[in-house]
Design a protein around this ligand. Structure first.
Ligand code: SF4
Length: 472
């Protein structure tokens, strides 16, 4: 998928002015935030949520400390059970390997279940270019595909930005049927359209929530039955997964599964949870004749052992974006690449270069909600801060901003000047606020007041109040 993060600010402005999108984004709270809070509350009654977070972090760190060894173990076990493990350095290799597999098995159509990595690699476009028809079967991804291959706006709920009415009109246009308003009827309609594809496709492509090293299996966490059909009906199953998704044992998987659905959708367990191991055996009724794993680096190996290694713990639950005031205000498309919200603001600069994602590390209020809810305790605000530092060091931020920060840094190291400067600044802001005590136009930083009024500082500076307290 082409990166568009360079224009984050402009897109964010458009999204803020989009009335329909703003209405649709209100679903984030009831659909995710409230449900997660309830699920965690229930969990806390029998389990220590913070203890589970620590255990989940430990599982992920244990893998990342010896990623090469766990990947080798995974390859050995998966191969022993009849699967083929292939390695892709980048997106182009993902596409090349998938097309080669398809050609080897005479595939003309591939059904897909949700995979963010296939978005990363722009796999659908590559398949189409090779004459292979990709059919998205996750309901959200299917809606995006028939809507001119629109990009997902959320990693768990790809069509969060759309209303039921918009989907109804799209279905009617695409399927040539009268528009439906009942969501169950719309789902049934999509199922009827998709069912023949499951039966005629020669290849199924899935992502992988986790890869289990001790058994060579892939774990899939879904809420629709499509994942099972994609992975068992066609004769070929291709799993496209990032190398960081490996976990050592089934017990480790169980630890992470106690937090993943709760953090993602507020469910104690997802509707479907599959652990798939190897090709179909003579005594089994379902399963593919050929199973391939394409394990993808695409920038991940560079993070191992780096100051950003914690980001590889991510289990793609989406909780950070659901709780982010920036994501809640603008949705996912403004972020310009596959991953939105705080995790995207870290991953996109790391995978695509900080020079190609200039505003993303700034797209945070540093309220730390993302850090608090992350089930594997990724310190997202710290990582964003580090990226900001890197941008400054590389002189990638505008001159005015760099000068302002240099000035601030100088003042912070000279307490008397700092005291004088803050005193003058407070007076200036109070004067700007006038009788209304609201700053409508702040001459030095108009962007701060372009979309909202800024309350004028009410009284004395912190230092003045502190000094007065000392005297009292
Ligand atoms: S960074 Fe944490 S909260 Fe965000 S998607 Fe990843 S695991 Fe979930």
């Amino acid at each position: 998928m082409e990166i568009r993060s360079m224009h984050f600010k402009a897109r964010a402005g458009q999204k803020l002015a989009d009335v329909l999108l703003q209405q649709n984004l209100k679903k984030t709270k009831s659909k995710f935030v409230d449900k997660r809070a309830h699920a965690i509350e229930k969990l806390d009654e029998v389990n220590d949520f913070e203890g589970l977070r620590a255990a989940s972090q430990a599982v992920r760190d244990r893998v990342l400390d010896n990623l090469d060894l766990w990947l080798e173990r995974f390859e050995e076990e998966a191969t022993r059970r009849g699967a083929t493990v292939l390695w892709a350095r980048d997106a182009a290799e993902v596409c090349r390997l998938t097309v080669e597999i398809a050609r080897r098995h005479g595939v003309t159509k591939a059904v897909k279940s949700k995979s963010m990595l296939s978005e990363e690699a722009a796999l659908n476009q590559a398949l189409e270019a090779a004459g292979i028809q990709p059919v998205e079967t996750d309901l959200g991804e299917y809606i995006l595909q028939i809507n001119d291959n629109e990009a997902p706006s959320h990693i768990v709920a790809p069509v969060l930005h759309k209303s039921k009415e918009e989907v109804s009109a799209l279905f009617s246009r695409t399927h040539g049927l009268p528009p439906k308003t009942d969501i169950h009827e719309m789902t049934r309609e999509a199922r009827e359209v998709l069912r023949p594809h499951f039966l005629s496709a020669e290849m199924g492509i899935s992502g992988g929530n986790f890869l289990i090293a001790e058994t060579g299996s892939v774990a899939l966490v879904t809420n629709e039955g499509n994942g099972r059909m994609v992975t068992t009906l066609p004769k070929v199953h291709v799993v496209v997964s990032g190398i960081e998704k490996v976990v050592p044992t089934l017990e480790d998987l169980a630890t992470l599964m106690r937090l993943l659905p709760r953090s993602a959708t507020g469910q104690s367990i997802s509707n479907y949870f599959s652990v798939l191991t190897g090709v179909k055996q003579p005594d089994e009724s379902d399963g593919p004749q050929h199973m391939y794993f394409i394990l993808v680096d695409n920038g991940r190996a560079d993070l191992v052992g780096s100051e950003f290694a914690a980001m590889l713990r991510c289990i793609r639950c989406g909780a950070c974006m659901n709780h982010c005031p920036v994501y809640q205000s603008i949705g996912g498309h403004a972020y310009g690449w596959v991953y939105p919200g705080p995790m995207g603001s870290v991953l996109t600069p790391l995978f695509k270069g900080i020079e190609n994602a200039l505003d993303l590390p700034q797209a945070s209020t540093f309220c730390n909600q993302c850090g608090v809810v992350c089930p594997v305790r990724i310190p997202l605000p710290d990582l964003l801060r580090k990226l900001r530092e890197k941008q400054l060091e590389a002189r990638l931020r505008p001159l005015g901003e760099r000068l302002a920060l240099q000035g601030w840094s100088w003042l912070a190291r000279h307490p008397r000047c700092y005291a004088l400067a803050t005193k003058l600044a407070v007076r200036y802001l109070r004067w700007l606020g006038g009788d209304d005590k609201r700053i409508l136009v702040w001459g030095l930083a108009p962007e701060w007041t372009a979309g909202r009024d800024l309350p004028a500082p009410p009284g004395k500076t912190f230092r003045e109040l502190y000094a007065a307290r000392g005297k009292a």
